[in-house]
Design a binder for this molecule. Structure first.
Ligand code: SF4
Length: 358
């Protein structure tokens, strides 16, 4: 784990030779800890309804220009089956914080995926926003394996500014992450890079928070505001203290995250790829990432899941994406992960708890 001084120096580094040395170090730590496999997770965007009004996000409840959709149980099952057809070991069910996704309804969907012989072997990851402990417990009992909930920034004041609470009663994502771990989920979190008002010190805090939490999965993306949102209308200029929301700063964060959490599953995210559609999934893999999440959402819905515009995966069909990326991944000497691709830290934790029980 790099020292605080090292983290800050890396974040501010601009010398090409030293950056390449830094990248190689992170790539080597990745290889030694999670190997050369790239795990593919089929991403299914099941609803773009959201009751929140995060100030940068195109799905915010106040965006009345967006056509909303919610997939049926049958459509979700068909999407999970498509993930299996492509050879993916995981389906990620993602949505805005949609109150019409009920505890019982979602549990039924999870049980249906579990009991269908085509999809029963899939790991099921949920990314459905802040939900109550009872709901999370019910979904875990129904067969969900993993949950993704980003804390977005460890700067609490900045977090509240961009992510206003739903009611006077602010929820604490850190507490929810602890609940998820207690319930036995494989837990994922993450942050955005380059939020207006964020500082290099905040990014260093994020890395130190990852090191303390040791999440099983960590997603990092540049801050990409939707233009039709309050923050999207504000101009930001990177400066002495304000990190840029660009590809290089995100790559540096990826590498630092790999050094802080060597055994975590870390995706090369769509948000990063959106900055450089031709190359960014690949560069993410070279800077410490070991996961890609191909989008298997039906095209008629995919264009409507517009958290930010021009998402790199909004145009390509699932088939095009799959073929392109299998070729590119294998061309760089990496291998395609087979099976569920559980994180090594989760497997170790599960084994240790089994030993304690025995
Ligand atoms: S960031 Fe998530 S919770 Fe916030 S408005 Fe967008 S979809 Fe909803």
């Amino acid at each position: 784990m790099p020292s605080r001084t090292d983290i800050l120096a890396r974040l501010r580094e601009n010398d090409p030779a030293r950056l390449e040395e830094f990248r190689k170090h992170a790539d080597d730590v990745r290889r030694r800890n999670v190997g050369d496999d790239v795990h593919l997770r089929g991403l299914l965007e099941i609803s773009n309804h959201c009751r929140r009004s995060c100030r940068y996000c195109g799905l915010r409840a106040d965006n009345t220009d967006l056509t909303r959709y919610r997939m049926t149980k049958e459509e979700i099952l068909a999407g999970a089956a498509r993930a299996v057809q492509f050879g993916y070991g995981t389906v990620v069910l993602q949505s805005g914080e949609d109150p019409h996704i009920t505890a019982d309804g979602m549990a039924e969907v999870i049980r249906a995926i579990r009991s269908d012989e085509r999809t029963s072997s899939l790991a099921i990851t949920l990314s459905l926003g802040e939900r109550s402990e009872d709901e999370l417990a019910q979904w875990r009992d129904a067969g969900a394996d993993r949950y993704l909930l980003r804390f977005e920034t460890s700067n609490r004041r900045l977090y509240r500014k961009i992510h206003p609470p739903r009611s006077a009663e602010a929820t604490d994502r850190m507490e929810l992450l602890a609940v998820l771990r207690r319930l036995g989920y494989e837990v994922g979190t993450g942050v955005m890079v380059g939020i207006p008002g964020q500082t290099f010190d905040d990014l260093a805090d994020d890395i130190e928070t990852f090191a303390r939490l040791q999440p099983d999965m960590i997603g990092l993306g540049p801050y990409l505001p939707h233009p039709e949102t309050p923050l999207g209308r504000e101009a930001t200029t990177p400066g002495e203290e304000q990190p840029a929301n660009d590809e290089l700063t995100t790559r540096k964060m990826l590498a630092l995250t790999r050094l802080a959490c060597p055994k975590a599953n870390i995706p090369s995210t769509t948000a990063l790829a959106t900055l450089n559609p031709a190359d960014a999934y690949q560069t993410g893999l070279q800077w410490g990432a070991n996961v890609i999440m191909p989008n298997v959402t039906p095209p008629n819905y995919r264009a409507l899941y517009e958290i930010y515009p021009h998402k790199s995966d909004s145009q390509e069909s699932a088939e095009e994406f799959h073929d392109t990326w299998i070729r590119r991944i294998t061309a760089t000497g990496r291998t395609i992960g087979i099976g569920r691709g559980d994180s090594p830290s989760y497997i170790r934790r599960t084994l240790m708890s089994t030993e304690v029980v025995q």
